[in-house]
Structure formats: structure tokens, C-alpha cells
Design a protein around this ligand. Structure first.
Ligand SMILES: N[C@@H](CCC(=O)N[C@@H](CS)C(=O)NCC(=O)O)C(=O)O
Length: 366
């Protein structure tokens, strides 16, 4: 009979903090309560008896109020150098309850910080091993938030150019959530962007080793993964309307208002380096329908999302802001008071100014 297969996860993660601090964060109840769960979850309790054979137990909760509890016993404790403990799920939504695994961690001082070298062994299947790999990366992002003096700017990196409307949207979202991040200057189709975005577009985004592309996905990730005001309305009808406009930006609005219109003024493609009037005329015609629909949507509302800015408001704002700077766009907006009012609501928010700041004026900028 074949012996059961053992799938092992080997992970290394650099945390810019002294070794003692990193080690202690693994065995201190108060610290564990602040970091030991993936983004979007919370630690309900952390109980630790940090001696060999002592037990530990952590209870985590998802946003949907599902409990995941895990515990085990310490096998080896050598402060600041090495920690070995068993890891047994008691309750977990992935059906892993009862699975017994082992964690061995070496803490290695390097480059003014600590490299966590982790071996998590005993998984019965590749899927369980890989799922834990993703989970640990997210959990280590939270450890970095806690211990690196840059806070979330140590793991959150937005890549792109400040002038891009989609990059501005991502920055508005980050500012609305009150998140520090690193803003790394990168052009579309540059190696940095291409390494993350399959179509070479900006923005691209990283949270530690998690890589994301598509602005609406980035906005959802920061919204659901972090505390702060929600960017998704509470009422289902408001959420559906928000989704409608998120989709409309990708399907109709960006193409007519930015790609075929604003960019025709900024990078003219007509004769003698002038804007191509035919392209502009056609784009201006194509803008009328979405603008009329948006004008109706904003009747009696301060934001597309309802009472507060939503993903949709955040995506639409930089586009309308650019649109109003050129003659046909300015005229179309001046005829639509609801859109102008909603745009002014967004422009008045500190997040709008924060997202307009150039690269070198952004806190945490590289
Ligand atoms: N659907 C993408 C669109 C991103 C996009 O089109 N970005 C523009 C800048 S605003 C870009 O990178 N353009 C360069 C190109 O298309 O080559 C998103 O939501 O992030």
C-alpha cells in the first residue's frame, strides 16, 4: 500500500522589524489578536500558553460571521530564533476540521529586518496546501502592517501614472479608506506593469505577494479587506445601481469619454498634430446617452451609491473631471445639473485632492 502523500508549504517572508519583535508577535496574545487572520477577517480570541507542550488557540471570524478556530501545542520555543508548533483546525468553512499539520519557523535577521522561513507540513492534498499558502500571505501582510513602521504602505503598492483616470480612481478609493500605500511610478506596458497586468494597463496593484489588476477589483479588495467607510452601499438596490455604473464605465463610458475624446485632445492624432474633429464629433455624440442616463440616476441623489461615495462614484469622478476640461465635454456637463452637483460632491472630498497629488507628494511614495 502506498504511504499517504504529504504536501508541504515552504514560505519565506521579509518583515522590516527586529527579530525579537517578529518572534514575540507569534506568541503574544494581544499582538496575535491584531494580526493573525487573513485580510477581511477578524480575530475573536487568541489564547496562548507559550511553553513547550503549552496549548494555543485562535478564533477568527469572516465578514459573514463564520467562525474558523485553530489550535495546537508548542513543540519548540527558542526566543527570536525558532518556533515549532502543531496546527489543527477545529472549525473551518473549507471542511478542514481535524486536519493535523506542523509549523516550523526560523526567524533570520537580515537587511535590518527579519526573514520568516516557514515550513508548514502535513497537508493531505495540494489544494489544502495551496489554500494555506494564500492564507499565510494575507496573514503576513497584516503582520507587516503591525510591525513595519510604514504600516500598510509596506505591503500595499499601486503602480501607474498619476494622470491616468483609472489610477486616480484607485487612489481616491485608497484615500477614502484612509490607507497608506506606496505609489510606484510605472508606464503601461512597462516590465513592472506587465509582470502583473496581462494587458499591460494601469493601475496594477500588490498587497505583499497578492497581485491584482482591474480598478474595480482593486477597489473591492481594499474595501472588503480593510476597515474604514464601506465603498459598497448597504441597501441591495443601491448596490445593484452601483454595479450598473461600474460596468457601464468599462463597457461604454471610458471608451467614449476618455479613450476617444479626452485623449484625442491630450495626444492629438489629426492632421498636423491637431485633434481629429471627426473622432471628437463621434465621441461627443456617443457620450450623450450615458450622460443622460447618469443625469437621471443622480436625480435626488448626492452620489450614485446613494448617501455616500461608492465604487461607481470613484470610477466615474476622474472621467467626468477630465471631460469637463474640454469644450464639448464642458458643454455636455453644463447642461446636466445633477451630474455637476454629484461631481462637486466628490471634488470637495479630501480623497479627490489626495488622488490628484503628484507622485512625490504622496505619503509612502517611492
Ligand atoms: N479595465 C481597466 C482599464 C485600465 C486602462 O485602460 N488604463 C489605461 C490608463 S487610464 C491604460 O493603461 N492605457 C494604456 C493602454 O491602453 O495601452 C481597469 O479598470 O483598470
Amino acid at each position: 500500500m502506498n504511504a499517504p502523500q504529504d504536501f508541504t508549504l515552504n514560505l519565506t517572508r521579509f518583515i522590516r522589524a527586529p527579530r525579537e519583535k517578529v518572534f514575540d508577535a507569534f506568541v503574544d496574545e494581544a499582538a496575535l489578536s491584531r494580526w493573525h487572520c487573513p485580510r477581511g477577517m477578524s480575530v475573536q480570541s487568541a489564547v496562548v500558553d507559550a511553553r513547550v507542550d503549552g496549548a494555543w488557540r485562535i478564533e477568527m471570524r469572516t465578514q459573514g460571521n463564520a467562525n474558523h478556530s485553530v489550535g495546537g501545542r508548542y513543540r519548540e520555543i527558542k526566543r527570536a530564533e525558532r518556533l515549532v508548533y502543531t496546527w489543527v483546525w477545529e472549525q473551518s468553512v473549507e471542511g478542514l476540521a481535524g486536519m493535523q499539520t506542523l509549523i516550523e519557523i526560523d526567524f533570520v535577521a537580515r537587511d535590518g529586518g527579519t526573514e520568516i522561513q516557514m515550513r508548514h507540513s502535513g497537508f493531505p492534498a495540494e489544494a489544502a496546501r495551496n489554500g494555506h499558502g494564500q492564507g499565510w500571505n494575507s496573514v503576513f501582510n497584516r503582520l507587516s502592517d503591525l510591525l513595519d513602521e510604514r504600516g500598510t504602505a509596506a505591503s500595499l503598492v499601486l503602480l501607474g501614472e498619476a494622470a491616468s483616470s483609472y489610477v486616480r480612481s484607485a487612489r481616491i478609493g485608497l484615500a477614502e479608506k484612509g490607507l497608506a500605500y506606496t505609489f510606484q511610478r510605472a508606464m503601461p506596458h512597462s516590465p513592472e506593469i506587465d509582470a502583473i497586468h496581462p494587458f499591460g494597463k494601469m493601475p496594477a496593484f500588490r498587497d505583499g505577494t497578492t497581485e491584482l489588476w482591474e480598478t474595480s477589483a482593486i477597489l473591492r479588495y481594499i474595501d472588503e479587506g480593510f476597515d474604514g467607510p464601506s465603498l459598497n452601499p448597504g441597501m441591495v438596490v443601491d448596490r445593484a445601481r452601483t454595479e450598473t455604473w461600474v460596468s457601464a464605465v468599462g463597457a461604454y463610458i471610458y471608451d467614449a469619454m476618455v479613450r476617444r475624446y479626452v485623449l484625442q485632445y491630450v495626444f492629438p492624432r489629426g492632421e498636423g498634430g491637431t485633434p481629429d474633429r471627426v473622432v471628437i464629433g463621434k465621441a461627443a455624440t456617443d457620450m450623450v446617452r450615458p450622460l443622460d442616463a447618469l443625469e437621471r440616476c443622480l436625480q435626488g441623489r448626492d452620489f450614485i451609491g446613494g448617501a455616500a461615495p461608492s465604487y461607481a462614484d470613484i470610477l466615474v469622478t476622474p472621467i467626468l473631471d477630465y471631460l469637463g476640461r474640454f469644450p464639448e465635454g464642458g458643454q455636455l456637463l453644463s447642461d446636466r445639473p445633477n451630474i455637476r452637483r454629484a461631481l462637486d460632491n466628490m471634488r470637495a472630498r479630501p480623497s479627490f485632492a489626495a488622488a490628484t497629488a503628484p507622485h512625490d507628494a504622496t505619503p509612502g511614495t517611492q
